[in-house]
Design a protein around this ligand. Sequence first.
Ligand SMILES: *[C@@H]1O[C@H](CO)[C@@H](O)[C@H](O)[C@H]1NC(C)=O
Length: 195
Amino acid sequence: MAAHHLILLLLALIALSSSPAAFAADPNQLQDFCVADTNSNRNTANRLGSNVTLVFAQQFPGLNTLGVAGARLDFAAGGVNPPHTHPRATELLVVIKGTLYAGFVASTNKLYTKVLYEGDAFIFPQGLIHFQFNIGKTDAVAWASFGSQNPGRVDIANAVFGAKPPVSLYLLEKSFQLDEKTVELLQAKLWITNS
Ligand SMILES: *[C@@H]1O[C@H](CO)[C@@H](O)[C@H](O)[C@H]1NC(C)=O
C-alpha cells in the first residue's frame, strides 16, 4: 500500500514538473548588455545645429522587449531640433546642460512651451508635434526617455516636402496656401535629419 502511494506521488510530481503551469513566468528580459557612451560631445556642425543620438532598440539591442528607449540631444548655440513626432511613444526630456526653449502643439492646436534650464524636465505626449531650440549662448545637452523601445521619429518638413516620391504639388499648394513656385522650391531642398 505504501509503495503504491509512493508511485502515485512520483507520477504526480513528474506530471507537475512537465506541465506548462510550471513554466508560466515570462522568460528573463535581460537578453544583452551594452554600454551607451553619453560623455563625448556629438558633432553639431550641421545646418540644424543639433545632433540627436537615438538609443532605440535598433541601436541598443539590450532594450529589446523592455518597452523603453532614450536619446541624447546635443545643441550648438542657436541649434534647433526641428518639429517632429514620435508615433509610438511619449517623451520625457531632462536638460543636462544649457537652456532650451521646448514646446509641443496639442490636438486642440494649442501651443505649450517652456524655457528649460539645467535639471528641468518637460513632457511631449505621444504623437504630438514638438521641438526644442537652444536659446542659450553655450552648447546644450539634454536626455530624452521614451515609453517604447521603438518610438519612431517623423520630421514634419522632411515628410511633407522631402517625401520620395514627392507629395502632389497641387495638394501641397492648396494645403499650405502656397504658390507652385514656393512648393517646388521647398521640395527641391535637401531635408537633412539630425539623428
Ligand atoms: C553626430 O555626431 C556624430 C559624432 O560626432 C557624427 O558622427 C554624426 O555625423 C553627427 N550627426 C549629424 C547628423 O550631424
